[in-house]
Design a protein around this ligand. Structure first.
Ligand SMILES: C[S@@+](CC[C@H](N)C(=O)[O-])C[C@H]1O[C@@H](n2cnc3c(N)ncnc32)[C@H](O)[C@@H]1O
Length: 309
């Protein structure tokens, strides 16, 4: 049974998902940094790019940006809820006619011909939600790509610290009183999370070894009608690089958006982000630091890769 796909489909079709995803950068600093990093990568690498495939494009953070740059974009996603939100935002941005919306799963890209798109992108982990097909999915994304590919997947080295720090997300809250339900939950749950915390060496060892977050418990929850988080495959940097190379991708650059920021205490992060001048200097520097291949595994959640065909 194809549980990853079914679980993803149920989760991402929840009625409030599109709205919540479209507001992420208003609430969390790590999301601002990650989006900023990817936007810079995209805008710096558009030479010769007219057509784009965005796999797992969500509410259109990047498909709309690229359509605004004049690209013709295929916005592909498993969730009709996300597609509807993306259509609404594309219309507001005046680029609805530049985007083709397609509902589908990354596990089946057979409807697209080889080398159909100049640029293929898939950001913020859709590939990681296709376990156990993640490697084949990367191969398919490369197959339909003519010139350049950029992806971000869940990072194993980036996720392992969560197992020793259940309050990690609190470090990145921009405004504790913003009223966002997840922010409120992080704030209210903090004390209890610390009190009940225990380091589970076996759980860390398991993630280190097999890269998998989720499995039997999520499948059981799904079968009982629940909506678990996606079964997530996390990649190591050399693993992602080698998979891309094995499909013929060259000049691969890896990055770890959030690597610099995760070393900085909450009070100082908020101070920098709330001062417009410091914010822009800080984001510039994050991009520079996080692009260094020696820190790429330690991005916040995501491991980024760019390569050429
Ligand atoms: C965290 S969101 C990222 C959205 C977008 N790429 C971005 O960075 O804003 C993950 C997206 O992947 C989509 N997704 C998850 N599993 C998928 C699959 N197997 N095939 C296609 N899309 C999928 C979800 O519906 C969701 O829109």
């Amino acid at each position: 049974m194809d549980y990853s796909r079914k679980i993803s489909e149920r989760l991402w079709n929840l009625s409030d998902k599109g709205e919540l995803e479209s507001r992420r950068e208003e609430t969390f600093i790590d999301d601002i940094i990650q989006k900023n990093h990817i936007e810079r990568e995209l805008l710096d690498h558009l030479d010769g790019v007219e057509t784009v495939f965005d796999g797992g494009a969500g509410c259109g953070r990047f498909s709309i940006l690229l359509a605004k740059q004049g690209c013709r974009v295929t916005h592909f996603d498993i969730s009709q809820t996300m597609i509807e939100k993306a259509k609404e935002l594309a219309e507001k941005a005046g680029v609805l006619n530049k985007i083709t919306f397609v509902k589908g799963a990354l596990e089946d890209l057979s409807g697209f011909e080889d080398r159909s798109f100049d640029l293929v992108i898939s950001f913020d982990a859709p590939i990681s939600y296709t376990y156990p097909n993640q490697e084949r999915v990367i191969g398919e994304l490369v197959r339909i790509c003519r010139k350049r590919i950029m992806v971000s997947v869940s990072s194993r080295l980036g996720y392992l610290p969560y197992l020793a720090n259940p309050i990690q997300k609190n470090q990145f809250i921009l405004d504790e009183n913003c009223g966002d339900p997840f922010v409120t939950w992080c704030v209210e749950n903090k004390e209890n999370a610390v009190k009940t915390f225990r380091f589970e060496k076996d759980a860390a060892g398991k993630l280190w070894k097999d890269g998998l977050m989720g499995g039997d418990a999520e499948i059981a929850e799904y079968e009982n009608g629940g909506v678990p988080w996606c079964i997530t495959y996390t990649f190591l940097p050399d693993e992602l690089e080698n998979i891309l190379k094995s499909f013929g991708v060259k000049n691969i650059a890896l990055a770890g958006p959030g690597a610099y920021a995760r070393t900085i205490p909450w009070e100082l992060l908020v101070k920098m982000m709330k001062d417009q001048n410091q914010r822009s200097d800080f984001l510039d520097f994050c991009y520079r630091y996080d692009s260094n291949p020696f820190v790429c595994g330690m991005g916040k959640d995501n491991l980024f890769a760019r390569g050429e065909l």
